[in-house]
Design a protein around this ligand. Structure first.
Ligand code: C5P
Length: 230
């Protein structure tokens, strides 16, 4: 069963908690990203957890293996359920993150890797010395991550079918860029409906504005979950 994750794209713990309180039982999983974490720190993770919710800490870790290992241990100690690393950090870094997560046993944080940021295009890859096609780069970094112990990857709705085929049935596929049928797509260029993303094999859908900016956020979240079959 795929899970809905609501992106807490706000800048204070108070705003984050207001969203969590307002959505109530309609949502059980929240994403805390760099903006909120840099502003409100580990305390905001604790506050969201106190509401009985799961936390996806999206810090996109990318550093030497030892540093990432220690950062993942810090995230695990906060009770984070899902976190991100950059696949481009390489084999040893991915392995260090997976091993650090494993030390938490059954309640370990799941580790998912970012392949290529969707803000990059082919010309940006060339600037950093990557000459193969974007689709090949994404596929290679996806396999590198899962082959070295990551639980899955973050990918766009357009990549879900190919990645599910490539990475096998166990991989987590965390997918932003989800828009309910007929919704404003905002600045998201590669979008899919919740039903399509789930059909294609996504395990977690990350949704922000269609819920946060809705007149009735709780109803918007419930409608998306219904579309997901969740
Ligand atoms: O508001 P929206 O539904 O577009 O928010 C989606 C969330 O997923 C945001 O927190 C955004 O930063 C994140 N994200 C994304 N596209 C990516 C990677 C992450 O929209 N390629």
């Amino acid at each position: 069963m795929a899970e809905l994750i609501v992106a807490l794209d706000v800048s204070t713990a108070a705003e984050a908690e207001a969203v969590v309180a307002r959505l109530g039982s309609a949502v059980s999983f929240y994403k805390i990203g760099l903006e909120l974490f840099a502003a409100a720190g580990p305390e905001v993770v604790a506050r969201v957890k106190k509401h009985g919710k799961h936390v996806f800490l999206d810090l996109k870790l990318h550093d030497i293996p030892r540093t990432v290992e220690r950062a993942v241990k810090s995230c695990g100690a906060l009770g984070v359920d899902l976190l991100t690393i950059h696949s481009a950090g390489g084999k040893a870094m991915i392995r260090a993150a997976a091993d650090a997560a494993a030390t938490f046993g059954a309640n370990r944080p799941r580790v998912v890797a970012v392949t290529c940021l969707t803000s990059l295009d082919q010309a940006d890859l060339a600037d950093i010395g990557v000459t193969r096609a974007m689709v090949e780069q994404v596929a290679a970094l996806g396999s590198l991550a899962v082959g070295n112990g990551a639980d899955g990857i973050v990918c766009s709705p357009q990549e879900v079918v190919a990645m599910r085929r490539r990475l096998g049935p166990q991989a987590l596929l965390v997918t932003p860029g989800v828009r309910p049928a007929g919704a404003d797509v905002g600045d998201q260029k590669r979008v899919a409906t919740p039903a399509q993303a789930v059909r294609d094999g996504a395990t977690h859908l990350v949704v922000g504005r269609p819920i946060l900016e809705a007149t009735d956020p709780r109803a918007a979240a419930a409608a998306i979950r219904a579309e997901m079959g969740a």
